[in-house]
Design a protein around this ligand. Structure first.
Ligand code: SAM
Length: 280
C-alpha cells in the first residue's frame, strides 16, 4: 500500500500549521521507515500514537499493528485523519490533550502496548515524565524528540547533559538512540536537530529504593544545586540533623564533598536508602 504524502495532504486540505502546537510534520520517508522499524511493531501490539498530524506515520503503524489509537489535540486534523484512514478498522482517534487523557482507559486490558510518536516538541518532557511517573503499562516508547532532550535522556554521570531527566528515564527504562534527523525532514522546518530514541521499560526499576519520593527529591535537589557539594544539597533538604550527616554518607560509601552530577543511579539509591534508614 502506498505511503501517505504529507505535502500533498497539507495542500489537499489547505491545512494551516499552528506553531504553538509544535506542528512540524515529517516529509522524509527514510525517517518514517526507521521509526516504524525500530519500534518493532507486530500484530500483537496495541500502539498509542501521540500527535498523528495528517496521519503519515499512523498509516504505516496501522499496517503493522493490531490496533492504533491516536491522540490528537488539533480539531482541524480530526476530519482529515478520519477521512484518510477510513479504510482501517483497527484505527481509533481520540481528540484530546495527551497531557490530560487517561491512558489507562485507552489501554484497558491490552497486553502489549507500545507508544510511537513524533512528539510535539513544546510538551516533550512533560509527556515523557507523565507516562513514566504514572506507571502506565507499556513495553516501549519509540519517539522523535529534540536532539538536546534525547541527549539528556541518554546521558551518563559527569557530563553536562546528565540531570534529573536522565535519572528518571534510566530508572524506568533502557535507552537507545536510533538516529538523528535534520530540520529538512519536516514541514515547516524546526530550528533544531531531532533524534529518534527508543525507551524500553524495565521489568522492575533499575535500582532498589526504599522510598521513591525521597530518592527523586534528592536527585532533583542535586541537579537544582548543580555546583554545590552533596553535603550542602542534603543539608538544604532539612532531612538530617548535622550529627547524622556523616553517618548517612559513610553508610552509603559516598564522599560528601562530591557533586550530585557525579553520582550513578546506584549511588543515588545508596545515599537515599541510607538517609531513609536514619530518618525512619
Ligand atoms: N505525527 C505527525 C508527523 O510525524 O508528521 C505530526 C507530528 S507534529 C511534531 C506533533 C503533533 O502533535 C501535531 O499533530 C500536533 O497537533 C499534535 N499535538 C500538539 N500538542 C498536543 C497535545 N498536547 N496532545 C496531543 N497532540 C498534540
Amino acid at each position: 500500500m502506498e505511503k501517505l504524502n504529507t505535502k500533498d495532504l497539507v495542500k489537499k486540505y489547505n491545512f494551516k500549521f499552528t506553531k504553538s502546537l509544535g506542528q512540524n510534520f515529517l516529509i522524509d520517508d527514510t525517517v518514517l521507515d526507521d521509526i516504524v522499524e525500530s519500534a518493532e511493531v507486530s500484530k500483537e501490539d496495541f500502539v498509542i500514537e501521540i500527535g498523528p498530524g495528517v496521519g503519515t506515520l499512523t498509516k504505516e503503524l496501522l499496517m503493522k499493528a493490531k490496533k492504533v489509537c491516536a491522540v490528537e489535540l488539533d480539531s482541524e486534523l480530526i476530519p482529515i485523519l478520519k477521512n484518510e484512514l477510513a479504510s482501517f478498522e483497527n484505527f481509533q482517534i481520540i481528540h484530546k490533550d495527551a497531557l490530560k487523557v487517561d491512558f489507562n482507559e485507552i489501554i484497558g486490558d491490552e497486553k502489549s502496548v507500545k507508544v510511537v510518536a513524533n512528539l510535539p516538541y513544546y510538551v516533550t518532557t512533560p509527556i515523557i515524565v507523565r507516562i513514566l511517573n504514572e506507571n502506565y503499562k507499556f513495553k516501549s516508547l519509540t519517539i522523535m524528540i529534540q536532539k538536546e532532550v534525547a541527549e539528556r535522556i541518554d546521558a551518563e554521570p559527569n557530563c553536562k547533559e546528565y540531570g534529573s531527566l536522565s535519572v528518571l528515564v534510566q530508572y524506568y527504562c533502557d535507552t537507545k538512540i536510533i538516529r538523528t534527523v535534520s530540520p529538512s525532514s519536516f514541514i515547516p522546518q524546526p530550528k533544531v536537530d531531532s533524534i529518534v530514541i527508543r525507551l524500553d521499560k524495565l521489568n522492575k526499576p533499575r535500582v532498589d529504593v526504599k522510598d521513591k519520593e525521597l530518592f527523586f527529591k534528592i536527585v532533583r535537589q542535586s541537579f537544582n544545586m548543580r555546583r554545590k557539594t552533596l553535603r550542602n544539597v542534603v543539608k538544604s533538604l532539612n532531612l538530617l540533623v548535622d550529627s547524622n550527616m556523616e553517618k548517612a554518607f559513610n553508610n552509603s560509601n559516598i564522599d560528601l564533598k562530591r557533586r550530585g552530577e557525579t553520582l550513578s543511579l546506584q549511588e543515588f539509591a545508596n545515599l537515599s536508602n541510607s538517609i531513609y534508614e536514619i530518618i525512619n
